[in-house]
Ligand binder design. Sequence first.
Ligand code: ADP
Ligand code: ASP
Ligand code: MG
Length: 428
Amino acid sequence: MRIYKFGGASVKDADGVRNVMNVLRTMGTEKLGIVVSAMGKTTNALEAIISSYESHDNTYLKLIDHLQEQHLQIVEDLERSSSDVKEEWLVRFRESDIKKDIKAIIESLKGEMLRNKSRNYSFLYDQVVSHGELLSTRIVAAFLNACEIPVIWKDARQLIMTDNKYRDATVDWQHTQEQVIHQCQDELFITQGFIGSDDNGFTTTLGREGSDYTAAILAYSLDASEVTIWKDVPGVLNADPRVFDNTVLLQKIPYDEAIELAFYGASVIHPKTLQPLQEKEIPLNVKSFIDPTAMGSTITSSESLVPTTPCFIVRKNMVFLRIASRDFSFIGERSISKIFDQLSENKVQVGLLQNSAISFSLCVEDKYAKIETLLEGLQKNFKVSHVSGVSLYTIRHYEGDTIQDMEDGKDVLLKQRTQETLQLVVRE
Ligand code: ADP
Ligand code: ASP
Ligand code: MG
C-alpha cells in the first residue's frame, strides 16, 4: 500500500482538483490510500465562523452560507469543459449527487452549531472545523469517480481513534491500527486528514496542519511501502522560499534530520509525522504537485543530508520572556518547575530556552492567545519582562559566513549555539 496526501494548497480550486486527477493518472492508482485536507483556507474560514458564533452575533450563519457558495462554485467550475477532462466524465460528474452532498454537510454543520450546548470551546471547535475535510473529500471523490478513477470514500472518524483532548487529540494507536486494517483493504480509498473521533464518537482533531500526520498514521497502520505528500514546492528546501531567496532542494534527508527541521519549525512537514514512519522505516517523499515526476525530497534512514548545506528556519510572531526572581535568589530547579507548570497550563510552546544564575530566558509561541494569562501567573512569583512579535531564527549546520549574514542589521536579543544548531531571537 502507498499513501498520498494532498494538502489545502493542492485542492484550493477546480484546477487543483483536476490536477489531483492528473497526478493520479501519471503516478498510478494501484493500492493507494489518499488523504486530503480542507480546500485552500477553509479551516481558517471555519475558525472565523466559530469566533463569530462565540461572540453571539448571527453573522456566523451568513459565513456558513458563504462557505457553501465557495464549495458549490468549485463544483460548478469542475462541471465546465477542460482540455484534460473527457465530455463523458463531465456528464457523469454533473449527474452525480455532489451538490446535494455539499448541502447536506452544510446543514449538518448548521444543525450542530444551533444545537450546541457545550461550553467547551475546543469541543465545539473540533465538531465545526472537521467539516472542511468532509467537504473537500466528498468533492474530490465525486470528481475522481466521474473521471473513471474508482475511489472509495472513508470517514476518518471511523479510522483514527483518539482520546478526547479536543484540538490536539492523542492517537490510540492500537485501536486505530485495528480499525484501519479492518476497513482499508480496498485498492483505492480516499479519506480526510486532520480528523478522528473519541470513545463517545465525537469528532476530534490532531492539531492545525495535522493532515500529514494522518497520512503517517495510516501508513504505519497498514505497513505502507511509502508516503508521498504533494506540495506547492519542489520538495523540502533548505529554507522557506516565501522568506529566503536562492533556496536549495534537499534530495535526501535522514529521519532524524527531518525531525529536527520540523521540530524547529520548518512548516513544510507537520512535526508529528516522522516518528511513526521512522519506526517502520517507511520512506516519506515530498514532491511537487505541479511537476509530479520530478525527483523531490526523500526522507529515509539514509546516513546524511544530501546535499550538505546550512538550513534556515524562521518562526515569526514569537514572544521573548526574561524571568528573574524577586528576591535576588538564583533561578533553581524549584523556580524552573514553577515556570514550566505555567507554560504547560497555558499551552504555550517553547522554541528556545536559556538559563543563567539569575535569569531564565524563553522564546515562546502563543498558539492559543494565552500569553496575558501566562504573564499574570508568572508575575505572582517572578519579575518578568517580555517582547512580543520577535522572530526565532534557527540555522542547522551553520558555517562562519552564514552566522554573520544572518546577524547583519538585526537587533539580536539572544543567541544560542550548539554543535549543529545556531538560534537567534530577533526583534523585528
Ligand atoms: P499543504 O498544502 O500541504 O498544507 P503547506 O502550505 O503546509 O502545504 O506547506 C507548503 C509550504 O511550506 C510551502 O509553500 C512553503 O512556503 C512552506 N515551507 C516552509 N519551510 C519550507 C521548507 N524548508 N521547504 C519547502 N517549503 C517550506
Ligand atoms: N485543514 C487543516 C488545517 O488547515 C489540516 C491540514 O491542512 O493539514 O490546519
Ligand atoms: Mg497545510
